[in-house]
Ligand binder design. Structure first.
Ligand code: ADP
Length: 588
């Protein structure tokens, strides 16, 4: 179950990472694509400005021409009366000449009814002369406003062009007719067709009438109303040309006149960056269409970079997360380890205490058994002696009774000594009583207690103590140990001629080594292992109990030390080792 949820979670994480990679790459690609397009659009827009300028300059060059010609006295006087064939001929030639010099397309003179009375193209079959153009808006505009302009397909020539007209007026401001210049843009269209861009000029209704590429002319960019269509029909602006809508849709809008447009053509759809620039004076709009350069490489690079950055971020987060978890795990493990060590230490201590206690109990048991044996005999003897005593008193033998009391007294003293030893051992200092004490001072105190005996027996004492010798322990019990050792040494030397007692205290390997040596003849080889046994004694009955060393041994062990014995030159040497209290030494 846990395995399944683990693998499900893993799958989920992988999916999230993959989705993140795809999304970040996609977004970056889109962004890069849009940025490239916008940059391209800005460049196209700049170029569009240049194209608009060239068109504007071209038109401006001719704008004043009809107005200047309208002031010509010859033209004005010709329109004031009926035009004779001679006058017409003269005017035709004049216009032809001016047209040639001005390099305009056609010049024509209309009378007040819109009838062309003279034209520069009078020689051609498509001559305007004799045709009435009163239906053309530029004529109507000129009549009402003094000037007019209009782009249209020539109804006579079939050639499209821009008609600029100016009113010819009499001195009394009477409208006599209109001077019209027609501009055609084949050169402009040709010039524009050199580049790769598509350039279009549309009129106010959105009908394209100039295009540098075939197939675009007479397409309308927005729907035409029936009014529009009617108007176009009446003015014969595009004459017999079929107006076809251009199917297009905006994909992206960058600025007001800057878009990405999908155009539905005969050969399928094409995307164009479409820049438009309104030409205010003419009421036209100039368009520049450019096929966007493939931004594939840039956007792919951007996508790869974004995916890389995303993955780097993900792996960084995973790495940090892993580190954090490892750190936590380590911390937990360390804590667990510490806890285990503490637990084991506690267990060990308990076990050790238990061992010490059971060892002590075992020793006590051993001692009690021996004690019972030791005490039983004197008790039986005492009972017998008491019976003897009673008999003696019954017979009035008081003196004898007194004599019989003596061994009883001795026996009781001996028993009291026996129990006092055991009391010392049993007096278990509260567990852990480990006061800081100077072992050298304990030696001093013990020697002080035995001072009288040392003096009386003429003992030569040699002391070599290192001071202070800090240990942890129980001063009274250690004193007890030392007194036992010293007494034994004195006992051993009692009948010896040489009585040298030597006590030394040195630090060796973190231990204080306290040595008590004498010249008492030493211990028989076979007894060396038994001297610490309870009730082992070689002393005559009444002198030794055999408990001193056993109790001392137990006390020293309890304090974490050792008590050992060896023979040397002329006597025995007892060595007491106790751990140095390093802490105390550092403080001091
Ligand atoms: P006790 O002194 O009552 O005999 P101990 O346990 O003190 O009991 O001593 C046990 C025995 O060890 C002594 O009886 C003696 O034989 C031997 N002993 C102890 N100390 C010395 C010593 N310094 N020199 C020789 N023998 C010793």
């Amino acid at each position: 179950m846990a395995q399944i949820s683990r693998s499900l979670r893993l799958t989920f994480y992988i999916l999230v990472i993959l989705a993140g990679t795809v999304i970040s790459a996609g977004l970056a690609m889109r962004h890069a694509e849009r940025q490239t397009l916008e940059e391209e659009a800005a460049r196209a827009n700049e170029q569009l400005g240049l194209y608009a300028n060239s068109l504007h300059t071209l038109i401006e060059r001719y704008r004043a021409l009809p107005a200047v010609l309208a002031l010509d006295p010859e033209l004005r006087s010709a329109l004031q009366g009926p035009v004779t064939p001679e006058t017409q001929q003269t005017l035709n030639r004049k216009l032809e000449k001016i047209n040639g010099a001005a390099r305009s397309s056609t010049l024509e003179l209309l009378n007040h009814e819109g009838l062309a009375v003279a034209a520069s193209n009078w020689r051609l079959p498509s001559s305007y002369v004799g045709h009435n153009y009163s239906f053309r808006p530029y004529f109507k505009q000129t009549r009402s406003q003094g000037s007019g302009r209009f782009y249209a397909i020539g109804v006579t020539s079939g050639i499209p062009g821009y008609f600029l007209a100016s009113a010819v007026k009499a001195d009394n401001d009477e409208f006599l007719g209109a001077m019209v210049v027609k501009l055609e843009f084949p050169e402009l269209e040709h010039e524009w067709s050199q580049g790769n861009d598509t350039l279009l000029v549309s009129d106010a209704r959105g009908i394209v009438f100039i295009a540098n590429q075939p197939g675009w002319r007479y397409r309308h960019l927005q729907p035409l109303s029936s009014n529009d269509l009617e108007d176009i029909r009446l003015t014969r602006q595009y004459d017999k040309q079929l107006l076809v809508p251009l199917q297009h849709a905006t994909l992206q809008q960058f600025a007001d006149n800057s878009r990405l447009i999908r155009v539905q053509g005969d050969e399928g759809t094409t995307n164009y960056l479409w820049e438009s620039l309104p030409l205010e004076t003419e009421g036209w709009t100039l368009h520049l269409l450019r096929k966007p350069a493939s931004a594939f490489e840039e956007s792919r690079n951007a996508g790869l970079a974004a995916a890389g950055a995303w993955l780097a971020l993900v792996f960084l987060l995973l790495f940090l997360n892993q580190r954090w978890r490892l750190g936590k795990l380590r911390q937990r493990n360390r804590k667990e380890l510490e806890r285990l060590v503490e637990e084991r230490t506690r267990d060990l201590r308990t076990a050790q205490e238990g061992l010490v206690q059971s060892a002590k109990l075992a020793a006590l048991g051993q001692m009690s058994a021996a004690l019972a044996h030791e005490i039983n005999q004197p008790l039986t003897t005492q009972r017998m002696q008491l019976a003897t005593l009673r008999l003696l008193l019954e017979h009035g033998r008081v003196d004898d009774a007194y004599k019989a009391l003596r061994p009883l007294d001795d026996m009781l003293t001996r028993m009291a000594a026996l129990t006092s030893h055991l009391k010392t051992y049993a007096r278990k200092s509260p567990s852990g009583l480990r006061e800081r004490l100077d072992l050298a001072a304990v030696v001093d105190q013990s020697l002080h207690l035995l001072e009288a005996r040392l003096r009386n027996e003429d003992i030569e004492v040699a002391l070599h103590l290192t001071r202070p010798a800090w240990v942890r322990g129980d001063a009274i019990r250690l004193e007890q140990v030392l007194i036992n050792l010293l007494r034994n040494a004195l006992d051993a030397m009692q009948d010896k001629p040489l009585k040298h007692l030597r006590i030394s205290l040195d630090a060796e390997d973190q231990l204080w080594q306290l040595r008590v040596s004498d010249t008492g003849g030493g211990i028989a080889e076979e007894h060396l292992l038994s001297v610490f046994d309870p009730f082992f004694t070689t002393k005559p009955v009444g002198d030794g109990l055999g408990l001193g060393l056993a109790v001392s041994y137990a006390i020293v062990h309890e304090l974490g030390g050792r008590l050992s014995v060896a023979n040397q030159d002329q006597g025995a040497v007892f060595t007491l080792s106790l751990p140095i209290d390093l802490e105390a030494h550092i403080q001091c």
